[in-house]
Write a protein that binds this ligand. Structure first.
Ligand SMILES: *[C@@H]1O[C@H](CO)[C@@H](O)[C@H](O)[C@H]1NC(C)=O
Ligand SMILES: *[C@@H]1O[C@H](CO)[C@@H](O)[C@H](O)[C@H]1NC(C)=O
Length: 180
């Protein structure tokens, strides 16, 4: 019966239109990927704060975009820390004694973040970020050995380590090629 066929066609067509609209809507839920990814992070609040501070994350569709945002923020934050260290001229001897080495460490932190996004091989991104974390540890070891453990150096290092942890985790997700 031709009338049945026609109503079937209309039904299938209507269903397709509804499906497409639903798909388009799903893609336009703001921060969908950010919320999904940050859910799985150790420090969820830090992840949300860092990624949402950049407009590119709002409708991001891949982890690569989120990794770039986190590394850019980490680079900016550790550059501010290095520059802050450079400006300190007075304070407890233990702190002043630690700053020179910590400035060298942070120069390496910044370089590692910079090169991490320009690697030809995906796995090297995580490696570079891990190296940045090692540099922060060496600054902290120097501060500890000089007796500056409870200084602003430690507070800054803690923040930089949070950035390293987030960036490395995102880089690993990016390279594992699984859907977040
Ligand atoms: C660095 O990150 C910390 C922690 O999120 C934040 O309090 C601070 O304002 C940031 N500094 C800059 C310059 O982005
Ligand atoms: C830095 O992190 C360590 C380890 O999580 C913590 O014990 C310490 O209180 C933190 N120090 C500062 C100054 O944030």
């Amino acid at each position: 019966m031709p009338s049945v066929s026609l109503s079937k066609i209309v039904l299938v067509y209507a269903f397709s239109v509804v499906s497409v609209i639903a798909m388009l809507n799903a893609e336009h839920v703001p921060y969908k990927l950010v919320d999904n990814v940050c859910q799985k992070q150790g420090n969820k609040q830090f992840c949300l704060k860092v990624l949402k501070s950049d407009a590119r994350s709002k409708f991001a569709k891949d982890i690569t975009t989120l990794t770039k945002i986190a590394v850019d923020a980490a680079k900016k934050n550790s550059t501010a820390t290095r520059d802050y260290f450079l400006g300190v001229k007075t304070g407890p001897p233990a702190v002043l004694k630690s700053l020179k080495d910590c400035i060298t460490s942070y120069n390496n932190v910044i370089v590692n973040f910079k090169i991490s996004l320009n690697e030809g091989e995906c796995s090297l991104t995580g490696y570079d970020i891990h190296s940045a974390g090692d540099e922060v540890k060496s600054c902290q070891a120097i501060a500890d050995s000089n007796g500056a453990h409870d200084s602003f150096i430690t507070a800054r290092n803690n923040i930089t380590q949070e950035f390293c942890g987030l960036c490395e985790s995102l880089a690993n997700l990016m390279c594992s090629k699984t859907i977040a």
